[in-house]
Design a protein around this ligand. Structure first.
Ligand SMILES: [Zn+2]
Length: 235
C-alpha cells in the first residue's frame, strides 16, 4: 500500500474502507446494547412468569387463606428436629393435624419456628406463639366450647383400634390432661353444657400450654376412668 498508516487488507478491492468498518462496529455495538436490553426484558419476563406461577401455586395449595375461614390453629412440637410448627385449620376434624403433616426435612404447609436453646418451658413458649396468632383469626377468640364425647368413646372402648377409627391423631388431636389440671375451667364448662365459657388470657395460655391447639379432644381423668370432650376455642 502507498500509505504508511494502512496495510493491505484486500478490503479496498471490495470498496470497503476503514470508515465503513468503523460504522459497522458502531452498528454492531448498538445491536449488542439492544440485545442487552432484550436480555433484560427477557429476564424480567421470566421473573414475572415465575412469580405468576408461584402465586397460582399459593392459591392452588390454599396458602392464601381468607382468615375468616380459619376455624382453628393446631401445633406440634417435634423433639427430633427441635422445632415448633403450627398451621391454620379450616375444617376441624377433617383437615389433617400438624402432627400428621410435620416432616422434619420439609417445612411445607406450616409455620415453623426453631425452639431457642435458652427456652426451658417449651410448652409455655409454644402456647405463647399460638396465643399471639389467635387474634388474627375471626373465629378464634376467648371462649371455650366443650362437647361431651364420653358416650362415643365408651362405645369404642373395646376396640383395639379406637384411635385409628376415630381419626386420632391424624385428624383430631387428643390431649390427655393430668389429674387436677384446669379443674375449675373444665368443671365450669361441664356444668353448663351448650354454653360458651369466657376465659381469662391466663386460662387460655394454660389451656394452650397443654394442647398446643385451639381445638381437639380432651381426655380428662376421673376417679378411675376418663371422660372425653371435644374442645374448641371460639370467639
Ligand atoms: Zn421434626
Amino acid at each position: 500500500m502507498d500509505n504508511d498508516n494502512h496495510y493491505d487488507t484486500g478490503l479496498s478491492d471490495l470498496g470497503v474502507t476503514w470508515e465503513h468498518i468503523h460504522e459497522l462496529a458502531k452498528i454492531q455495538s448498538t445491536i449488542a446494547n439492544s440485545n442487552q436490553t432484550f436480555d433484560r426484558l427477557n429476564f424480567f419476563e421470566r421473573k414475572a412468569n415465575n412469580l405468576e406461577k408461584q402465586l397460582s401455586d399459593l392459591y392452588y395449595h390454599n396458602w392464601i387463606i381468607p382468615r375468616f375461614h380459619v376455624q382453628g390453629l393446631n401445633g406440634h412440637i417435634c423433639k427430633f428436629c427441635n422445632k415448633f410448627s403450627f398451621r391454620p385449620v379450616m375444617d376441624l376434624g377433617y383437615d389433617l393435624t400438624m402432627q400428621y403433616k410435620h416432616n422434619c426435612y420439609e417445612q411445607l404447609g406450616a409455620f415453623t419456628v426453631p425452639i431457642p436453646q435458652e427456652v426451658k418451658d417449651i410448652d409455655g413458649w409454644a402456647a405463647r406463639i399460638l396465643f399471639d396468632q389467635m387474634s388474627y383469626y375471626e373465629s378464634i377468640g376467648n371462649r371455650l366450647a366443650l362437647d361431651d364425647l364420653t358416650k362415643v368413646f365408651n362405645a369404642y372402648r373395646e376396640y383395639e383400634y379406637r384411635d385409628l377409627i376415630l381419626g386420632i391423631p391424624d385428624r383430631h388431636p387428643m390431649i390427655t390432661l393430668d389429674k387436677n389440671v384446669m379443674v375449675d375451667l373444665i368443671d365450669t364448662a361441664i356444668k353448663s353444657p351448650g354454653k360458651l365459657i369466657l376465659m381469662q388470657d391466663s386460662q387460655i395460655l394454660d389451656l394452650l400450654t397443654k394442647t398446643k391447639s385451639t381445638y381437639g379432644i380432651l381426655e380428662v381423668p376421673q376417679q378411675d376412668d376418663f371422660k372425653y370432650y371435644y374442645m374448641k376455642i371460639v370467639r
